[in-house]
Design a protein around this ligand. Structure first.
Ligand code: 13P
Length: 279
């Protein structure tokens, strides 16, 4: 069933677990994630990057995500990841999204607050929750790591914007980590305390050791984003099929392994974050 970001994060907050948020790119990645969520009886967030909010891909992928969510027996939220402009937000709302991330973290604090607040006001009209970001989560390839999220600044940001969950920088990054990350668990606790318990979002979920993911959830992370692992699992399914001399080139049959591979990865993450059986 299709649910909103507020509903799905609210369930996680109440149950003390974390909802996995998978970035999807095509119908097969959607199918793999939904199949895993159904099997594990888990709520999931399906999200898309802004570069997919276009007529070329988004026009097709948005109805696919919506159809999958509505057909599913488990709660599914359709979410925009890293929205950077009001136009992107409006377009994906028009296409049926039930959750929005607005990422103003590259701007100054006051510009981030005012831009995010405006998106929250727009989304409030249709009861869609907004995820904000304070402390810029960069790429694992960046040479310079930005300053980690300051708990006092986070509290002020939450108060002034009214976001329903908050992405933070606590030693995480997008993409394949060059060396094992070390999350600042004490900082997660401090941000939770300073903000009065805002549900926190962990970006860069690919490659964080399991024990750290579990500690982060215990400290207050309620949504974890997984993007690179979706791509890698899909690609490994494609390669395995290509190397199979008996493979069929009929595209639907060719895609069976990539879908299975995404499903196996998603099942693993669902179990890791404690979402299995929570639907
Ligand atoms: P990874 O690609 O590192 O899993 O991060 C995904 C993400 O945080 C999307 O916002």
């Amino acid at each position: 069933m299709l649910v909103t970001l507020k509903q799905i994060i609210g369930m996680a907050e109440e149950g003390g677990y974390c909802v996995p948020a998978f970035n999807v790119y095509n119908i097969e990645t959607v199918m793999g994630v939904i199949s895993a969520a159904e099997e594990a009886k888990a709520p999931v967030i399906i999200q898309v990057y802004p570069r997919l909010i276009n007529e070329e891909v988004g026009y097709y992928i948005a109805p696919v995500v919506l159809a999958a969510a509505k057909k599913a027996s488990v709660p599914v939220c359709f979410h925009l990841d890293h929205g950077a402009t009001e136009a992107e937000v409006q377009r994906i709302l028009y296409w049926g999204a039930t959750g929005i991330m607005f990422d103003g973290s590259v701007h100054s604090f006051s510009d981030n607050v005012s831009a995010t607040k405006r998106i929250v006001d727009i989304c409030n009209y249709i009861n869609v929750g907004v995820e904000g970001e304070i402390g810029h989560v960069g790429s694992a390839n960046d040479d310079v790591i930005e300053e980690f999220t300051d708990p006092t600044e986070a509290a002020e940001f939450v108060k002034q914007t009214g976001v329903c969950c908050l992405a933070v920088l606590i030693g995480n990054a997008h993409g394949h980590y060059k060396k094992t990350p070390r999350l600042d668990i004490e900082r997660i606790k401090a941000i939770r305390e300073a903000t009065g318990g805002i549900p926190l979002v962990l970006h860069g979920g690919t490659g964080i050791p399991d024990d750290q993911v579990k500690a982060a959830i215990k400290a207050g992370v309620r949504k974890m984003n997984i993007g690179t692992d979706v791509c890698c699992s899909f690609a490994s399914g494609v390669l395995e099929t290509l190397n199979d001399p008996d493979r069929s080139l009929a595209v639907d049959i060719f895609m069976k392994k990539p879908i299975e591979s995404v499903k196996a990865m998603a099942l693993n993450k669902i179990n890791l974050v404690g979402a299995a059986g929570k639907a």
